[in-house]
Design a protein around this ligand. Structure first.
Ligand code: SF4
Length: 453
């Protein structure tokens, strides 16, 4: 049951405090929607609602506001965002790039928030990439202007990994480091609301409040949090120290309910999708197949190639996997920074995928680009190797993330002050490539990827 207070921002019908979750705009040089959803925020809202709060969502990246012109969607509900050009942040003023705010127009958002009646009793703003913090800070300022006495919380990746920076720059009552189900975060939040903290609900952190979207055209699937591996360039452990997996019945119920609302494109958000698949993935795929759901599954996060046995590929294909992304990283198999993968394992996994009947156009292979002290010739070799298989190579631009084992190496290799200013952690500026981003090299890499270089 939802109480209407604005066509797109509705309070759920609970008696507890009203808590508004906000996914702010992206501020960047480029942005493309690949089934993006703020799953951390949606998990918080689910948890809060289950604990009795009335919750509502404002997602500035939500294309379902019918009064906003949005670029025509691309394949499988992916696509571009509307954008408004912004001045470059002062720290980046010398860069000759266009910087934009992506998502719903600022005026629409301001008007929607100002019209919210009844107003929130707490506001929870998320942050997805560390270098998108200007959007989060601006949203906190807007909330402070509209409701100066309402507590404001900042959570998400920037709040967790750049907490010292956020404490200085964010106008928030609480910088929430780590997930909301952490006892200290949970208790502090309820304390700010002047209420005793209720017990943490079941499934905390794994349920998603997907029903807060009106007429969505895609949905995330979250079967697990965290990852049992520790790749040098990844901050998964700093964000989610424990690897936890959910229950297949709950995950299936979430998919079935979105399917009933017309959603056909579902994207797995798991970092380690194929680890312990008996726990939830196999039962889930069986349920999907038995229920005859005619959906398209996508794995925008790379799957581990060495797990792609014939049985695994068959199960994924049968349940409706369409978009396949594989993590290769490099073809320098002796010097990897991620989960170990031999050349033979890579070839076996890739061939098994092809034998299972996946469309070559739907298979993309991530190759890491822009690592500290990386030899570009290795990247070029990997591109040609992937093309020889008939797969599409994608450059996964390295992001120096605080909390990742490689961050200190990145700081040493980069000409930018990565530790002091999260804006420089943006992978679009090639922060660890000597000389940084330049259009000539960008065009060259593009033609190599298209097989014309
Ligand atoms: S890169 Fe992937 S496999 Fe490696 S630690 Fe991060 S989430 Fe896990």
């Amino acid at each position: 049951m939802r109480r209407l207070s604005h066509p797109h921002i509705c309070w759920t019908d609970n008696d507890g405090p009203r808590i508004l979750g906000i996914n702010p705009w992206i501020t960047d040089f480029a942005a493309f929607n690949v089934w993006s959803r703020p799953v951390g925020l949606l998990a918080c809202l689910d948890m809060l609602r289950n604990a009795g709060a009335s919750v509502a969502l404002l997602d500035c990246m939500d294309r379902t506001w019918e009064d906003v012109a949005w670029p025509t969607p691309g394949q499988y509900a992916t696509g571009r965002y509307p954008k408004e050009t912004l001045p470059l942040p002062p720290a980046m003023a010398s860069m000759e790039r266009r910087y934009s705010r992506y998502g719903l127009p600022h005026d629409h958002v301001r008007q929607a928030l100002a019209a919210l009646d009844p107003p929130p009793e707490a506001i929870l703003v998320t942050s997805i990439m560390t270098y998108w913090y200007p959007g989060s800070l601006h949203m906190l300022d807007l909330a402070a202007e509209l409701w100066p006495d309402v507590p404001r919380l900042l959570g998400g990746t920037y709040a967790t990994l750049c907490a010292d920076h956020a404490r200085i720059h964010a106008d928030a009552d609480l910088i929430m480091q780590g997930s909301m189900e952490k006892r200290t975060n949970w208790d502090t939040l309820w304390n700010l609301l002047h209420r005793p903290a209720p017990p943490l609900p079941d499934n905390a952190g794994l349920g998603l409040a997907l029903d807060l979207y009106n007429e969505p055209n895609y949905a995330p699937i979250l079967g697990s949090r965290g990852c049992p591996f520790t790749c040098d360039y990844c901050a998964s452990h700093a964000l989610y120290p424990k690897f936890t997996q959910g229950e297949p019945d709950r995950i299936f119920a979430s998919i079935a309910s979105e399917y009933e609302r017309g959603v056909r494109d579902f994207a797995f958000y798991d970092d380690a999708l194929l680890v312990n698949p008996d726990q939830w993935l196999w039962p889930l795929l069986t349920r999907i197949t038995e229920a005859g759901l005619d959906l398209r599954l996508h794995t925008p996060n790379a799957m581990h190639v060495r797990s792609l046995t014939r049985d695994v590929c068959h199960r994924l294909k049968q349940a409706g996997l369409h978009t396949v992304r594989l993590g290769l990283e490099t073809t320098d198999f002796e010097n990897r920074h991620d989960v170990k993968l031999t050349e033979q394992e890579w070839k076996d996994g890739a061939n098994t995928l092809l034998e299972a009947g996946f469309d070559l156009d739907d298979i993309g292979v991530y190759i890491l680009f822009g690592l500290p002290n990386q030899n570009p010739a290795n990247v070029e070799d990997a591109i040609r190797h992937v093309q020889a298989f008939g797969f599409r190579p994608h450059l996964a631009h390295y992001t120096p993330i605080p909390g990742s084992p490689m961050f200190h190496e990145a700081v040493a290799a980069s000409p930018y002050p990565l530790e002091q200013e999260p804006l420089f952690q943006n992978n679009s500026i090639w922060p660890c490539v000597p000389g940084g981003f330049n259009w000539e090299d960008a065009r060259r890499w593009k033609s190599l990827l298209h097989g014309t270089g």
